[in-house]
Write a protein that binds this ligand. Structure first.
Ligand code: SF4
Ligand code: SF4
Length: 127
């Protein structure tokens, strides 16, 4: 399960992720990390027992949003040009044999590259 984790200013200098990995014994894959002086914003992927990890963050006062479908496409806008497939760093977009652009949203790390490139504004993320 992918999750967006928002760490507030009072916790941003603490080893929160390491602490939760040690306490839960669950591996946390950091897919995107943006750390600033007064906040941290991360996208993480947890394969097993993600509920335990979510609870552990929340018990420490940290906001967790589940990202069940990180990237969304409006099919009524998509013209199947395939440009998005040229910029995605993790292979979310695949062009089928009949030239249909297919999406595996579960791979998305929310870099937003494709959103900026799509000529019809067909793509969006939740934040
Ligand atoms: S770039 Fe936009 S219009 Fe082109 S295939 Fe991707 S989602 Fe569709
Ligand atoms: S936001 Fe980034 S990772 Fe997600 S589909 Fe677009 S290019 Fe790929």
């Amino acid at each position: 399960m992918k999750m967006r984790i928002q760490i507030p200013a009072n916790l941003v200098r603490k080893p929160i992720v390491s602490d939760i990995v040690l306490k839960t014994n669950v591996l946390i894959n950091l897919e995107k990390v943006n750390i600033e002086a007064n906040k941290a914003d991360m996208v993480v992927d947890v394969k097993d027992r993600w509920e335990d990890v979510k609870k552990a963050f929340e018990e420490r006062g940290i906001s967790v949003d589940l990202l069940k479908e990180p990237i969304k496409r409006r099919l009524d806008r998509c013209v199947m040009c395939g440009i998005c497939s040229t910029i995605c760093p993790v292979g979310v977009f695949k062009i089928s044999d009949d030239w249909e652009v297919q999406i595996d949203s579960s791979k998305c790390i929310i870099c937003k590259n494709c959103i900026n490139l799509c000529p019809t504004e067909a793509l969006s993320v939740d934040y």
